[in-house]
Design a protein. Sequence first.
Length: 343
Amino acid sequence: MKISQASERMNVPGSVETSVEMSLRQPDRAQALHLLGERLLAEGYHFTTVTPVTHGRINARSGNEWARTTADVFGWSRPFRMSDQASSPVSPALHALMHAAQILQPVDGGWRSTLRASTLNGRLYFHSAYPTDQDDSVFFGPDTYRFVRALKTEFSLFPAVHRAVDIGCGAGPGALTIAAQFPQSEIFAVDINDAALMLTTVNAQLAKLENVAVCKSDLLTGLAGEFDLIVSNPPYLVDPGARTYRHGGGTLGADLSLAIVDAALQRLTPQGVLLMYTGAAIFEGRDAFLMELEQRLDGGNHAWSYEEIDPDVFGEELDEPAYAHCDRIAAVWLRIWNRTMAD
């Protein structure tokens, strides 16, 4: 079925049916989202997601109240109008697909997409719209770009990967990056968030990657066996609302990262590696996350390395009570591997 056939005969208020025959009259949500993604890719869609603070500033500029392009709709999360189809950034076909995918939110005078679409390494990723207020929001942003870039620099360490898992996969960038690099391997993308699992499934289909298994799992619960490679880009901030996609727990947001480390150490193959991109709150020059790692890892059976890859991220969080005495929040890269690999 051609991409252009996607919206045929979907009866959406305000939409116009095309004349192309299609066998699928009403696709389910995931299928409609897949078709929407294919159409955006075919049209050359591109968008780089910025921090929430930057996003808010750009949208607050005069003239940005309403969307004029597809990037405004699916990237900047701006509302759009369908009253004048000639000038609308959303065609009737796209509008029909958005309706079928259940991502249309009515606003005064128009509509708004409840999902964004970002591009990274030539792939399109659906994730939650701005602002990400819901507990089950699926985050994608500058941390994601740093995570994937750091991950790709590590691939030279691995002549082969048979089994890998991305813990807390979100929209799936970690799992999909590994799957593309090692097409013969078995890659698991796991999360506790059903919304993340649905979007990862669609994003893997859009990337035409068939070696990704999407599973609901808390850390590695329910998954059998060991892994050559375990990766994670977990939430690491202290969120007053304890939203799942954002809250890293106690120890200034490090508890979830530490729990992932503990789980991974029990499931690595003899030559297995854990790679983690996370954040660390620095207080009077001390890194609480690093100190916890030292207690767990020094003198043990694993070699490890740790480095700051960005010394200052999410500076606006320092105004929150949880960070009242912190100097900064750093983005860090953690490698842990069994000593048999280091010897």
